[in-house]
Write a protein that binds this ligand. Structure first.
Ligand code: SAM
Length: 259
């Protein structure tokens, strides 16, 4: 299965900044990514409307790849003089025309690639793009049923039962609900963010994830020729703890390289 514009991206683009603009990347995150990217360019897969791309481009050129034309269009409106190249392409097919020191898929984008075939193709493509000392960085939540997702100040719930509706945010004029369904056998997570704004039509933003535990991602990466180098619990490089961490930031390098 490749990218479907009716499940994510196109319909999310209009709401994305309203829903996530206060999930601001920390200086530590931007410094860490810029440090890994060397002289650049960095390849960001699933760059969206540029939440991370824009501050990162203050340090290093970015090839900003997203399957959604609307996401790419919205990013292009914001780039100004920053060294950002917005590219509409599916992660299943995209390979940069040069080798790079950093390929990254941030904020659960790896899960949002939505099918195992796309995820495997992305990992193979990342291995093809990386320099010998390069890094593939993946940031995703740990699929731990019943917990709030580590998704910034207004997280949804990853359901323990099959489905759950939780409150993401409310203000005098706006309520955002998160309606989520977990399919543990298929390791699929389907959700809608439902936005009620006083006096406006209801907006329904769908998402679909194919999720994995960290060690399962390591196995997929291994099949693509990539080896885990480091795993942290956050952007401050707090050591990852399998029993407690809510998310992981995992760094892979080409297998066979002595670093
Ligand atoms: C959670 S958003 C992350 C956006 C941004 N990186 C951030 O941190 O805010 C995931 C992005 O992945 C994109 N995406 C989904 N499937 C994709 C695919 N197959 N190839 C490339 N991008 C994809 C979506 O359009 C969306 O913009």
């Amino acid at each position: 299965m490749t990218y479907r514009s009716d499940t994510y991206g196109e319909r999310t683009a209009d709401e994305y900044d309203a829903l996530y603009s206060d999930f601001v990347p920390s200086d530590a995150q931007i410094r860490l990514l810029a440090g890994l990217a060397g002289d650049g360019p960095a390849v960001e897969i699933g760059s969206g409307t540029g939440r991370v791309t824009l501050p990162l481009a203050g340090h290093v050129p970015v090839l900003a790849v997203d399957a959604s034309e609307e996401m790419t269009r919205q990013l292009a409106k914001k780039t100004g003089d920053l060294p950002i190249t917005p590219i509409t392409a599916d992660a299943a097919h995209y390979v940069a025309d040069r080798r790079v020191d950093l390929v990254c898929a941030l904020f659960n984008t790896f899960f949002l690639l939505a099918s195992e075939a796309t995820q495997r193709a992305f990992l193979r493509n990342a291995a093809r793009m990386l320099t010998d000392q390069g890094t593939l960085l993946i940031e995703t939540f740990i699929p731990r049923p019943g917990q709030r997702l580590p998704d910034g100040p207004h997280p949804g719930v990853f359901p323990e039962q099959r489905s759950v509706v939780s409150l993401k945010r409310r203000s005098v004029d706006t309520v955002v609900l998160f309606a989520a369904e977990n399919h543990p056998d298929a390791q699929e997570f389907h959700y809608n963010e439902i936005v009620f704004r006083h006096g406006q039509p209801v907006s329904v933003v769908p998402g679909q994830m194919r999720y994995w535990k960290p060690e399962q991602i390591d196995a997929l990466a291994g099949e693509a020729g990539l080896l885990l180098r480091e795993r942290w619990a956050d952007w401050d490089r707090t050591p990852y703890e399998a029993a407690a961490s809510a998310k992981h930031i995992s760094l892979y390098r080409l297998a066979g390289q002595n670093l």
